[in-house]
Design a protein around this ligand. Structure first.
Ligand code: BGC
Length: 897
């Protein structure tokens, strides 16, 4: 009898979300497996790829004996710029039986080479504001296609200096927000490709219209007042439309000086300060599709093609991914009208219907919290976060600002109330949630509602801070690509969503910006919007992003090309950037951000943590050296590999001599220091390690299970405890509700992860520190422990071909589930404690193997794909663990379940 076979999914190309308009001529191909009937023990032994190079209909077949199904080489001749092909795949099991064919999928190359751009960027001929916000510009071009339809193919290749919306004959092209996205514009500028065949007007006049706002390109960015026009002063569009008829006739529309240009009805639109729209200034019909007189519009001024590379992003675009209705509208003690959306989110409002006498002004101010019952704008610092509308004589319908975004739960509305003839009601507005539209891959839930809310909050903070680049926060005058924050959060993020595109692209900017610094020290934020606001000093943990984040992505996606692309930057950082003392570890005199935001640090000195910041930096240095040694091995950089392996051994010994007592105790004696040494195996002997683990356990009990760690210790402390036999203490910390703890914000009603453990104080007041965001993902990194240790799933080898299933039950949690869409297919784990039995159900994806370790059982067993069930006797460990009490019996509180 033939064994059941899985079904391959439609193939994907490189890390691109769709395969339409890719930037690589010979794209690597991947497929996953669907196995609705959970085929057991299935492994791929070979595959077939069929390719039709369009417009031909010849089918090329390639048979490859290989177990690989992730990023396999393109087997045919490379595609040409604009070239198209159709591709399908099937795989063979171990017995040599083929699966069904995958669906055919189209792959199409974009322009590929800068030389294929015939268009030029165009800007206004008028004078523009240089010291304040620039008014968005509108461009239009009328044209008639000089041949008879039907059209075989019509593509719009487009980007802007600024952010743009494009329209063809009155209809919006695409659904992207804030395109072309944020990159290091002096190095790389994204462009987009759209299929516009359906928008072209057969036989008649056509209009291609584009509006460009400041976007990140020219807006004010950075704290202490920030800087404008960091990458350039001229807002411009670069558009190249190419149309081909079925008979092969070709026609192009190129942005050039013949385009008409005028100002927008949007008066200003800034990332931090918001957008002002004057409906009285609207010119109906400017986007085409109806008669419009543009004789008063000026011509355009052409600019040279940017020296930066025009590139196709692998990151999916920013889109509106959800619409949220208000929970309530209420009046504050000062009589202000406030809308509450019930969720701290990132995006904009959509005003469904607003009708007021012409010239009326309505203002929308966004904030994350209330303070003393009023809108809490203080944490926004120097960002106004205010959109405005000036009404015309017509109703305004479904209006949203276009070139800004806000982080908010509350919106104060001035100039529009519930008693107006067209009243403000919960039906008049919605919130549009915006972020890079990544594919969700990971889920977690368990029997504890507050832990589930903590996980949900981390998901929301990831959504809010993955907006083209990974940012620290989405609301105040930062919203910047702080390297340390994503370095910490990357493993958690890559479980929740597929980050290969967005983070892979962003890392290219990290390398470019890094390698263009004379001192080979990466800027602390990428794209580098802060320039001289940072001294340029090297910083462990943050700058270590150069090595650690490519490695983390490699662990999740198994894409060695990411390592190859980043290698030069990795080597430059480790060899040249790090400021070393005579012993090869970090210079002890050098100030480090360290275990940033340790709750024991004074609120106005977040770097003044309990843990020696040089020790933190040194552990990271040892880790980074070990990883760069492994990367060098993988890339065949043998001389470097040998050098880094020996550096690693030497630095580890130096560290032991410098910081570890013969007993195993660590100089500094903090939870972060001990966790670091335990997790990165820095002790020389098991005995020392046991002593350190025991000490960590004591400190955790001494702190009464409150969190005592900052950016560095927080993602690892639960791992350090559970991997050394103290999992009940990790659970006890997880389930603690007092301040500071992971569940404290949940008890305070948080819907996102906060920047500080006590961004909101127990009395409901907002932390007085000038750095207080309510949407910062870094301290949410504990969720990675929820995935790997509570849920029990993690990659054992890079790219999830070998999987580890090792749930560690504990605390009062009686069941947990975790699932992840691996590069091979769906992985699911679900466990429950039923009386004295532990029950585990698994779904292992085809072509992978999982190593299962059951609780209380040192026996490891390998299983292949398919569904598996395990039952094992279970003895609950003593619960709850007790805090260490002082001579007065403090702390006295007990565990709340
Ligand atoms: C950011 C952080 C960042 C830090 C480093 C802050 O203002 O919001 O998340 O990593 O600065 O200095």
């Amino acid at each position: 009898m033939t064994k059941e076979q899985p079904r391959p999914t439609a193939p994907s190309f490189e890390q691109h979300p769709t395969g339409f308009g890719i930037g690589v001529a010979a794209p690597r191909i991947s497929w996953r497996f669907l196995s609705p009937d959970a085929v057991s023990g299935w492994e791929q032994s070979a595959y077939d790829v069929e390719i039709i190079h369009l417009p031909t209909s010849n089918v090329e077949s390639h048979h490859v004996p290989s177990a690989d199904s992730v990023l396999v080489p393109w087997p045919s001749q490379p595609l040409q710029p604009r070239g198209r092909a159709r591709v399908r795949v099937r795989a063979y099991g171990a017995e040599g039986n083929p699966t069904e064919w995958s669906p055919w999928v189209a792959v199409e190359c974009a322009l590929l080479d800068q030389g294929n751009w015939a268009a030029r960027p165009i800007t206004t001929m008028a004078e523009t504001e240089r010291d304040g916000p620039q008014r968005p510009l509108r461009f239009r071009k009328c044209f008639t296609i000089p041949f008879a339809l039907p059209i075989a193919k019509a593509r719009l290749y487009i980007t802007s200096l600024g952010s743009y919306h494009a329209y063809m004959n009155g209809r919006r092209v695409g659904d992207e927000c804030l395109a072309p996205g944020w990159t290091s514009y002096n190095h790389r500028i994204n462009y987009q490709v759209f299929d516009v065949a359906d928008l072209i007007n057969a036989g008649g006049e056509n209009v291609l219209a584009v509006e460009v706002g400041e976007g990140w390109y020219a807006t004010r960015l950075g704290f202490f007042g920030g800087r404008r026009c960091i990458w350039g002063e001229d807002l411009a569009v670069l558009a190249q439309m190419e149309v081909v008829s079925e008979a092969g006739e070709e026609f192009q529309v190129l942005s050039d000086e013949s385009w008409k240009c005028s100002t927008s009805a949007i008066i200003r639109s800034e990332i931090y300060d918001g957008e002002l729209y004057d409906a009285r200034e609207e010119s109906d019909g400017w986007t085409g599709g109806q008669p419009f007189d543009d004789s008063s519009w000026l011509g355009s001024r052409a600019l040279p093609l940017p020296s930066a590379r025009l590139v196709i992003p692998n990151a999916p675009p920013i889109r509106v991914t959800e619409t949220i209705k208000p929970v309530k509208i209420f009046n504050t003690p000062l009589g202000k009208t406030i809308i509450d959306f019930g969720q701290n989110l990132v995006g904009t409002l959509c005003i469904h219907l607003l009708q007021k006498p012409p010239g009326s002004r309505v203002k929308f101010t966004h904030a994350e919290v209330l303070e003393d019952g009023e809108l809490g704008v203080r944490p926004l610092r120097d960002a106004k976060c205010t959109d405005g509308v000036i009404t015309s004589d017509r109703p305004l319908r479904d209006w949203s600002p276009r070139y800004t975004f806000h982080g908010f739960r509350y919106v104060q509305v001035d100039g529009w109330t519930a008693t107006d003839p067209c009243p403000l009601t919960t039906s008049s507005v919605s919130a549009l949630v915006m972020h890079t539209d990544m594919v969700r891959t990971g889920h977690f839930s368990c029997s504890h509602a507050m832990v589930n809310q903590l996980h949900e909050n981390a998901v929301w903070s990831m959504r809010g801070n993955f907006l083209s680049v990974p940012t620290d926060c989405p609301q105040r005058d930062e919203r910047l690509g702080w390297t340390g924050d994503i370095q910490i959060f990357c493993p958690s993020a890559s479980f929740l969503y597929n980050t290969a595109g967005i983070l892979g692209d962003w890392l290219q900017d990290v390398a470019l910006e890094h390698l263009s610094q004379e001192n080979l020290i990466p800027p602390l934020v990428i794209p580098n919007a802060i320039g001289d606001l940072w001294s340029g000093d090297p910083q462990a943990v943050w700058d270590d992003v150069t090595v650690l984040t490519p490695w983390d992505l490699y662990q999740s996606y198994g894409d060695v090309e990411i390592l190859r692309r980043q290698y030069q930057s990795m080597v430059a950082w480790v060899d040249k950037g790090i400021l070393r003392g005579p012993d090869g570890l970090w210079d002890v005199e050098h100030w480090q951000l360290g275990d940033w935001l340790d709750p024991n640090a004074p609120p106005d000195q977040p770097g003044n943590a309990r843990t020696n910041a040089t020790l933190v930096a040194d552990v990271y240095l040892i880790r980074v050296t070990s990883i760069i040694a492994q990367v060098s091995d993988l890339l065949g950089e043998d001389a470097n590999a040998a050098r880094y392996h020996s550096d690693h051994a030497r630095l580890r010994e130096t560290f032991q001599a410098k910081y570890i007592a013969p007993s195993g105790l660590i100089v500094g004696d903090s939870q972060t220091a001990l966790s670091l040494a335990l997790l990165f195996s820095l002790h020389a002997t098991e005995k020392q390690r046991a002593t350190a683990a025991e000490r960590l356990a004591y400190l955790v009990r001494l702190a009464a299970f409150r969190v005592s760690t900052g950016f560095v210790g927080t993602p690892i402390i639960t791992y350090a405890l559970s991997s050394t036999g103290y999992s009940q203490l990790a659970y006890r910390m997880l389930l603690e509700r007092g301040c500071p703890s992971w569940l404290y914000p949940i008890a305070m009603g948080a819907t996102t992860i906060w920047e500080r453990w006590d961004s909101m104080k127990p009395d409901g007041s907002v932390n007085g520190g000038e750095m207080t965001s309510f949407n910062h993902y870094a301290l949410g990194s504990v969720i990675n422990w929820l995935h790997s240790t509570v849920g029990g799933i993690s990659p054992l080898e890079c790219g999830w071909r070998r999987i580890k299933i090792h749930p560690v039950p504990g605390g009062t949690i009686s069941w947990a589930k975790a699932s992840y869409e691996t590069p091979y297919g769906a992985l699911e784990s679900s466990w429950e404690v039923l009386g004295d039995t532990f029950v585990l159900d698994l779904l292992v994806p085809p072509s992978t193997k999982a190593l299962v370790v059951l609780p209380g059982d040192a026996v490891e067993q390998w299983v292949g794909s398919g569904r598996h069930s395990f039952r094992t006797p279970h003895v609950c460990k003593p619960w709850p663990p007790k805090p260490v009490r002082d001579f007065l019996g403090q702390p006295s509180e007990e565990f709340i379940a």
